[in-house]
Design a protein around this ligand. Structure first.
Ligand SMILES: Nc1ncnc2c1ncn2[C@@H]1O[C@H](COP(=O)(O)OP(=O)(O)O)[C@@H](O)[C@H]1O
Ligand SMILES: [Mg+2]
Length: 248
């Protein structure tokens, strides 16, 4: 790969937390080959808040799934936290996900028969923790998203914005280094969207989390430190002034 990445070189020689080189994902469907991601070069530094924009079908979710280790590259290199994800074994990949990744979805994906507390607790059941420590972590996560008083509510008893905040608490309860979010405000009213964005911003500013967020909403993208545009599986524009131009 001779071409420099489109942007975001790591500073001070530290490897970026996400590093893609020639990252390609191809699906074969009958006689057709679909290439949702084509030869992508990208560096994301620790603590960056990336907004990923682009038309439907441009490869945004594919990129998130690759970074999250729930899909594998067809070719090219994808290093996350210094680990080459194409090469790791399934068990190592599970450990990687649990250490590195919190995933936030557009439609929250809460388990309807579990309370807010139990939903947030769920990922911790894969960790070896005492009951006391588990409780402490769940309580802290719910407090951070401002929903400590709703711990015993079921998802149907919460607003969309509250459901998404529970989903964020669930994503961060394991203290992952990276949060990937796929249109996290796509189904929310303006006010709830603003609350969710403020929360994500707080996670980078105060806890140093790296965030990669897909959004169609310029207002949400304006919260990011960098906006990337995908088109047909390629990065097309990079505009660091976007945040200022779009206004808050
Ligand atoms: N598992 C899959 N099998 C076949 N094609 C897929 C699969 N996942 C995604 N695609 C195709 O890849 C392209 C990009 O999809 P996606 O990454 O979901 O786009 P976006 O999130 O930007 O809307 C689409 O054409 C989609 O149909
Ligand atoms: Mg998508």
């Amino acid at each position: 790969m001779t071409q420099a990445p489109i942007n975001g070189q790591a500073e001070g020689g530290l490897e970026p937390i996400i590093r893609c080189r020639g990252l390609t994902r191809t699906y074969i469907k009958g006689d057709n080959t679909i290439t949702p991601l084509a030869e992508l070069d990208l560096d994301v530094a620790r603590g960056e808040f990336i907004a990923l924009m682009g038309p439907s079908g441009s490869g945004k979710t594919t990129l998130l799934n690759l970074v999250a280790g729930i899909d594998k590259p067809t070719s090219g290199s994808l290093r996350v936290g210094g680990v080459e994800l194409a090469d790791v074994s399934p068990s190592r990949l599970a450990a990687f996900r649990s250490e590195y990744i919190g995933y936030v979805f557009q439609l929250y994906n809460l388990v309807p028969v579990l309370t807010a507390y139990e939903n947030v607790e769920l990922p911790l059941l894969l960790h070896r923790l005492s009951g006391r420590e588990r409780h402490q972590r769940v309580a802290t996560a719910l407090q951070l998203v401002g929903l400590a008083d709703r711990h015993d509510h079921f998802p149907r008893q919460l607003s969309g914005g509250q459901e998404q905040r529970v989903a964020i608490a669930r994503a961060i309860v394991t203290d992952p280094r990276i949060i990937v979010a796929d249109e996290p405000t796509g189904d929310l009213d303006k006010e709830s969207a603003a609350a969710v964005m403020a929360l994500l911003e707080q996670l980078t500013a105060e806890m140093g989390k790296t965030i990669v967020m897909v959004t169609h909403d310029p207002k949400s993208a304006a919260h990011a430190s960098r906006v990337l545009h995908l088109e047909k599986g390629r990065l097309v524009v990079q505009d660091e002034r976007f945040a200022t131009l779009a206004g808050a």
